[in-house]
Design a protein around this ligand. Structure first.
Ligand SMILES: Cc1ncc(C[n+]2csc(CCOP(=O)(O)OP(=O)(O)O)c2C)c(N)n1
Ligand code: SF4
Ligand SMILES: [Mg+2]
Length: 363
């Protein structure tokens, strides 16, 4: 008889017992972290920029996944900056794939482990198999191979680390670059004063709606326990799972390096990045309702890539955020509704906003 394929179940971190939490003035538990594993399969010594959001995501995902993990990484910053000749920061098996093939390569790994265990050639249990692809890879060049893998339901976790640009080749526009986000391919000028005219592709919703048998979730590096628990839920789910994680790019977005995690909170609190999970068993979405609702200027003004925005652009952004609040079942306060009027704004550069402890260099 063929050996059985034994799946692992990783316990979730405690999100409710917030004994160690310290609330800030908004009631946000800034410093709560449960006991984390000491192991770091993504070790120190890589060459990403200081404050790199994707590097923070890699570290927390691999901490949550643990040592019995196999990782694939399509071409992008997190391949190039993490691997020089004969050297990587990984203490687990890792492979680079072409930028378009993260999904197909990972499907092959998953099918290969299943087959080897059934044939008695790998002692098991079935390892944690995951791929972490950039937004250029996951939402553009490689979206077909990831969608195919999700559809075929390979038992693996497919993650998009989203720094909202093709960072590694020089900060070019990608399908997840936000409206008005300046990149080297969307400079602002007289003809197109907002820089990027298009709203971002809603990748996670595409994946959930298009593959209703998969576990799908969004998160940010502003919520480490949420990120690590969704990593574990995705790995525990038998079948394919997709995680879309917001990861600021210090170099491309032009902000103070210490603000990466703060941006990961503010993008949610300003309504620009809804955090949710889709449960395939119930075919239902669960939305996170943040305790703070901010004007979009509190987020935008921290970043140089938005510094050129005119009053009408800021108002357009606020209108988009307000529609997001409605979509996740939250009321839009009158003060935020009023900010859909361009007459209530100045150039972003001149707007007043709630500053973090250290003012960002953006505006
Ligand atoms: C088919 C193909 N086209 C273009 C490239 C060049 N290229 C290398 S890295 C990269 C950027 C990838 O962007 P993303 O997936 O968002 O990752 P990031 O660099 O932002 O981490 C590109 C376009 C490539 N390697 N392969
Ligand atoms: S360019 Fe951006 S994504 Fe790339 S290593 Fe630097 S901060 Fe990270
Ligand atoms: Mg990218």
């Amino acid at each position: 008889m063929a050996p059985e394929v034994i799946r692992q179940q990783l316990p979730l971190f405690d999100e409710d017992g917030r004994a160690g939490a310290t609330d800030d003035e908004h009631g946000r538990d800034l410093y709560y972290l449960p006991d984390l594993p000491e192991e770091d399969p993504y070790a120190a010594g890589h060459r990403t920029c200081a404050g790199c959001g994707p590097a923070i995501q890699y570290r927390w995902v691999l901490k949550a996944a643990g040592q019995d993990t196999v990782v694939a990484g399509p071409t992008g910053c997190m391949y190039v900056a993490n691997s020089t000749y004969l050297c990587t920061p990984y203490t687990v098996p890792w492979a680079h794939t072409p930028i378009a093939s993260g999904g197909s390569f990972t499907s092959g790994m998953a099918a290969g482990y299943e087959a080897m265990i059934r044939k008695g050639r790998y002692p098991g249990p079935y390892p944690n198999i995951l791929v972490m692809a950039g937004d250029g890879s996951a939402s553009d060049i490689g979206i077909g191979s990831i969608s195919g893998a999700l559809y075929r339901n390979h038992d693996a976790l497919f993650i998009c680390y989203d720094n909202e640009c093709y960072a590694n080749t020089g900060i070019q526009v990608s399908p997840t670059t936000p409206y008005a986000g300046m990149t080297t391919f969307t400079p602002f000028g007289k003809a197109i004063p907002e820089g990027n005219k298009l709203p971002p592709k809603n990748l996670a919703k595409m994946m959930a709606e298009g593959h209703p048998h998969c576990y799908v979730a969004t998160t940010t590096v502003g919520y480490p326990v949420d990120l690590m628990n969704k990593t574990r839920k995705g790995l525990n789910h038998v079948g394919a799972a997709f995680l879309h994680c917001y990861t600021p790019c210090q170099k491309g977005w032009v902000y103070q390096t210490s603000m990466t995690v703060e941006l990961g909170r503010r993008v949610v609190e300003s309504g620009l990045w809804p955090v949710w999970e889709y449960d395939p068993a119930e075919r239902a979405y669960r939305y996170f309702h943040p305790p703070v609702q901010r004007p979009v200027t509190d987020y935008l003004a921290m970043q140089g890539r938005f510094g050129h925005m005119l009053p009408e652009h800021v108002a357009t952004m606020q209108a988009g955020a307000n529609r997001n609040w409605e979509a996740i079942g939250m009321d839009v306060p009158a003060a935020l509704r009023d900010l859909e009027d361009p007459g209530r704004h100045q150039r972003l550069h001149d707007e007043e906003y709630s500053m973090p402890l250290n003012r960002g260099v953006g505006a």
